[in-house]
Ligand binder design. Structure first.
Ligand SMILES: CC(C)(COP(=O)(O)OP(=O)(O)OC[C@H]1O[C@@H](n2cnc3c(N)ncnc32)[C@H](O)[C@@H]1OP(=O)(O)O)[C@@H](O)C(=O)NCCC(=O)NCCS
Length: 177
């Protein structure tokens, strides 16, 4: 995606919507995230079963410029239990569109949707060295509740299991405060 002159009111024209199957290639962001191809395909299958919600922000004439995924239920009940707690992950805004309020708007959109679904707490993990994201989450009302070793693995687009170690803070926000 190349940088271009944007309308001053570009943020007003952004549409936040659910991921469609045909969006999956665009989530690889011109190859930067191709290694997550299988992860995204699996997440999409889970979203079709109602276990997760995948959001993207689309700018007309530009395409997808941001994403955030929500687990409604997973095997760690302190993160997502299918009833009260949901887990935010895979959140990113394209470099060219950061620091203009889109990320905050996407989190606000997620919160409203979860309240409508009856959820009460939004959880997430943020890498300890990701100070920009940590500051954003604190400003949005999340608080640190635990330290996480942040060790997880995935199978990449070539079928090779990759292990990630990313010490993190677990954060959560009460959606009713
Ligand atoms: C984290 C991330 C999603 C935030 O997206 P974003 O669109 O930049 O978020 P916002 O614009 O809402 O907020 C970012 C900052 O810009 C500021 N900002 C928002 N609108 C602004 C405006 N019009 N003018 C100037 N600053 C503005 C916000 O106050 C915020 O400041 P803060 O960091 O001091 O709290 C984005 O930086 C990103 O994709 N990072 C890489 C991936 C990542 O780290 N994801 C999180 C994993 S846990």
């Amino acid at each position: 995606m190349t940088t271009q002159i944007l309308r001053r009111d570009w943020l007003e024209t952004v549409v936040i919507r659910h991921v469609r199957k045909e969006d999956l290639p665009a989530l690889e962001w011109d190859g930067e995230f191709s290694h997550f191809r299988r992860v995204y395909a699996e997440a999409f299958e889970r979203s079709q079963m109602g276990y997760s919600v995948m959001w993207v922000a689309e700018l007309p004439e530009k395409g997808i410029i941001a994403q955030v995924f929500i687990q409604l239920i997973c095997n760690r009940k302190e993160l997502a239990d299918g009833i009260k707690r949901a887990y935010l992950y895979s959140f990113r805004v394209h470099h060219d569109f950061r620091h203009q309020g889109l990320g905050s708007r996407m989190v606000n959109n997620v919160e409203k949707d979860l309240i409508q679904r009856g959820f009460q707490v939004l959880t997430l993990n943020v890498a300890k060295d990701n100070l920009d994201a940590l500051r954003l989450y604190l400003r949005l009302g999340f608080r640190i509740v635990a330290a996480e070793p942040g060790i997880w693995s995935y199978v990449d687009d070539k079928g090779i299991r990759q292990i990630v170690e990313e010490p993190a803070w677990r954060m959560e926000k009460n959606l009713y405060l």
